[in-house]
Design a protein around this ligand. Structure first.
Ligand code: FAD
Length: 212
């Protein structure tokens, strides 16, 4: 159901009651099983259900990825994605080159920790870092070719560990029937089919990665 927000989750008599709001309308949906795949808000939804997200290290922080567009006169000069060797000591993959469906070149995304507030603005002052990163392999690029384009927010597990894997959990005890997907950061999109198979197995009570 699109455009509807889950505002509460409570388990009564073995059934999850999911409180939903759409505009001024509110209602409760009953379900034996619930899959929480709420992206940036997955930790909040899990906490709504009663999971101790802080105690379990499942709180998410938000990291913005900014993109700069390359002047359209350069369209067609690069025909595929370009990923430089990632910097050794940083969280990012380095400035890479993307192509949109119209062949427009874009640089990004970078890595900007932001407060948990949905602010998708792209700071033009970041252009210098993008230029420095991309000029190494796009020798024809000029600083004035770059314009702020768009950004996205990634949910990252708030941990000091150098790498935090996806958390896919079948909850037990009082939270039986709840499946949580938390910290589904990049490459969550590429991994979506595998994650879907895993969730399907958990819903069926099968061991993950076995055939249906
Ligand atoms: C800049 C950037 C670049 C990326 N690049 C790549 C890449 O190259 N390759 C790759 O594989 N991945 C990439 N990713 C990561 C990828 O986009 C995510 O991992 C993926 O979108 C996560 O999917 P999801 O379904 O878990 O969450 P989302 O796509 O965020 O979907 C969550 C949904 O839950 C809804 N929701 C949230 N709270 C509630 C609520 N309370 N009630 C009801 N609905 C709710 C949201 O509205 C949303 O529709 C990138 C992400 C960013 C930001």
């Amino acid at each position: 159901m699109t455009g509807a927000e889950v505002t509460g989750l409570a388990r009564r008599g073995g059934v999850w009651e999911v409180a939903v709001r759409r505009g001024a309308e509110t209602w409760t949906h009953a379900s034996r099983q619930v899959v929480n795949c709420a992206g940036l808000h997955a930790d909040e939804v899990a906490a709504m259900a009663g999971l101790d997200v802080d105690g379990l290290g499942l709180r998410q922080r938000w990291v913005k990825g900014n993109y700069f567009a390359v002047d359209p006169r350069h369209a067609g000069r690069v025909s595929r994605l370009v990923y430089p060797v990632p910097p050794r000591d940083r969280d990012t993959l380095g400035v890479h080159v993307c192509l949109d469906l119209a062949g427009q070149l874009r640089l990004g995304p970078d890595f900007e920790a932001v407060p948990r507030r949905e602010d998708y603005g792209v700071d033009p002052a970041r252009a210098g870092a993008f230029f420095a990163g991309a000029a190494r392999f796009l020798p024809w690029l000029a600083p004035q070719d770059l314009q702020p384009a768009l950004s996205g927010l990634r949910p990252k597990l708030d941990t000091d560990a150098p790498f935090a894997d996806f958390q896919v959990r079948r909850e037990t005890g009082d939270l039986e029937g709840l499946i949580d997907l938390i910290g589904i950061d990049s490459p969550g999109l590429t991994s979506a089919p595998a994650l879907a198979e895993l969730v399907a197995a958990l819903l069926d009570g099968r061991e993950p990665w076995t055939a249906p």
